[in-house]
Write a protein that binds this ligand. Structure first.
Ligand SMILES: [Cu+2]
Length: 506
């Protein structure tokens, strides 16, 4: 079944942007199913993928069907202007026009709006998949996904590892610069097949689906989309590769594992939608990519917003760990984001050296505990939780922990673990009950050719955690946030939370 709107979009954009010599465009094909790479069908698809990657790598960067052209759509490693002039010189061509329009357009990174993270990557993956079909002449190809939250698959699939580096077919999936064993900083030997979360037991196991429990899509900082971006998604990036590979935006999409990672992120979105989560509509919002014939395609994200609109489905969809959302939960979460604009209040924050500015929190090699001060004498943590409860009955509110403007000059090479109200003298490793989440620097480092964006906000919805601690009588009068490094930050990285930390009601 062909979606008329989608076909019209493709044809329309091709007519506008590509030369008239291009053949008629196929749509993205009949409905097809994406499989777990560990299944027999997924393995069959992985072989086609490897063949496609190899063929794409043989094409020059000036060819929109080449590997590097696709990579540079995510981010141009040395800056867009330089990559374009190095690739095309002064030659004008449709491919150059497409590079001008599409390179370095990854959404969420380099200071761009986080709200388009999931829709943009959905379309990016869809276009790559269609290109693999073209170059391999396998119209039935469907990209397999890496199901890394399943305990059986904590390691990258074996065909990406050392074991296959000299394999005639799968060797092209190997990438030398993935993480090597470094227990001090929490890195596992990825190419040897170690679980990427090897040094993160208990609640600190970042390979979990907890982000799916957030029942609202959110805005540029908050909600399912932003939390999935900064937590599960960012963690997989930095625990597969370092700042020359998956761990850094400019180089991430060079690694063939990138696409199986993002296929899984897209599957999590589809699972969240199936559980009742609602992706907002952005009428008229489009992004430009290289289509199946290397032509420019401009796709409207609203045409790929719900599961029933997609040309593909997944063999299995994940569900939120706390179960699907009731219609009421979704409605109230939606209402909460709608009222956030008017009811958005800072309740507690790091001290204010000047009005309206919170003190930066400098991050280093030592764990630190930051005390949050009530913004009014009434805003103690327990008062906040009580008010929160009564407010929630009338107008639903969420309690958010916000790290304002996380930033590093270069990649620090480590992450921080965040805890709320860690008891005095408690070992963080033994304090699962107080665990909030992980802070990665995947999208918090300045990129070549981008202005300093002053960092990104990291937001954790702690509504349930704080309520649980309160019910158990474990919230002290003073709210504290502990930041525990997983190792020593790289020299010159200077990680900092530029705008301090806040507990907000939204
Ligand atoms: Cu990514």
């Amino acid at each position: 079944m062909v979606n008329i709107t989608r076909r019209a979009t493709l044809l329309g954009s091709a007519a506008l942007a590509a030369s008239s010599t291009l053949p008629a465009l196929p749509a993205f094909g009949a409905p097809y199913v994406r499989s777990d790479v560990a299944t027999p069908e997924g393995q069959r698809m992985l072989a086609i993928y490897a063949q496609g990657v190899k063929l794409m790598k043989q094409r020059p960067v000036t060819d929109p069907l080449s590997w590097n052209f696709q990579w540079f759509i995510h981010a141009s490693p040395r800056g867009k202007a330089k990559e374009i002039s190095d690739a095309f010189g002064s030659t004008q061509s449709p491919a150059r026009q497409l590079a001008e329009a599409a390179w370095d357009t990854c959404q969420a990174h380099g200071g761009r709006p986080v709200e388009f993270f999931l829709p943009w990557h959905r379309l990016y993956v869809l276009c790559l998949e269609s290109i693999i079909r073209t170059v391999t002449k396998q119209p039935g190809f469907a990209l397999p996904y890496w199901n890394y939250t399943d305990p059986r698959y904590y390691a990258i699939p074996v065909q990406f590892q050392n074991a296959y580096r000299n394999d005639a077919l799968f060797g092209t999936l190997f990438q030398q610069n993935r993480n090597v064993n470094d227990p001090k900083n929490g890195y596992a030997d990825v190419n040897a097949g170690a679980p990427i979360n090897k040094y993160f037991p208990g609640s600190r196991n970042f390979l979990n689906l907890n982000n799916m429990n957030v029942p609202y899509y959110g805005n540029n900082r908050t909600g399912f989309n932003a939390e999935l971006n900064s937590q599960l998604h960012g963690s997989v990036h930095v625990y597969v590769g370092d700042q020359t590979n998956m761990g850094n935006v400019p180089t991430a999409a060079e690694d063939p594992i990138f696409w199986l990672h993002h296929c899984n992120i897209d599957r999590i979105l589809a699972g969240w939608n199936a559980a009742g989560g609602v992706t907002p509509s952005w009428p008229g919002k489009t992004f430009t990519f290289a289509g199946p014939q290397g032509q420019s395609v401009t796709l409207a994200i609203d045409n790929y917003r719900t599961n029933s609109q997609l040309p593909y489905s997944y063999d299995v969809l994940p569900v939120p760990p706390n179960g699907p959302f009731g219609a009421q939960a979704v409605a109230s979460a939606e209402a909460s984001t709608a009222t956030a604009k008017v009811q958005n209040v800072a309740l507690l924050q790091t001290s204010q050296p000047t009005p309206n500015a919170t003190a930066p929190v400098t991050l280093g090699a030592q764990a630190q505990k930051v005390e949050l001060q009530p913004t009014t004498p009434q805003n103690t943590l327990s008062n906040t939780l009580k008010t929160q409860k009564s407010l929630r009955a009338a107008a639903p509110q969420r309690l958010l922990l916000v790290l304002h403007g996380l930033h590093a000059k270069i990649h620090p090479g480590i992450t921080y673990q965040v805890y709320l109200n860690l008891p005095e003298g408690a070992k963080p490793e033994a304090s699962d009950a107080n665990y909030v989440g992980i802070v990665t620097f995947f999208d918090a480092v300045d990129m070549p050719g981008h202005a300093d964006h002053g960092g990104v906000d990291k937001v954790f919805d702690i509504t349930d955690l704080a309520a649980k601690l309160e019910a158990e009588g474990k919230n002290p009068e003073k709210a504290t946030v502990s930041l525990v490094p997983t190792g020593t930050p790289a020299q010159g990285s200077d990680p900092v939370i530029t705008g301090g930390i806040e507990l907000r009601s939204e």
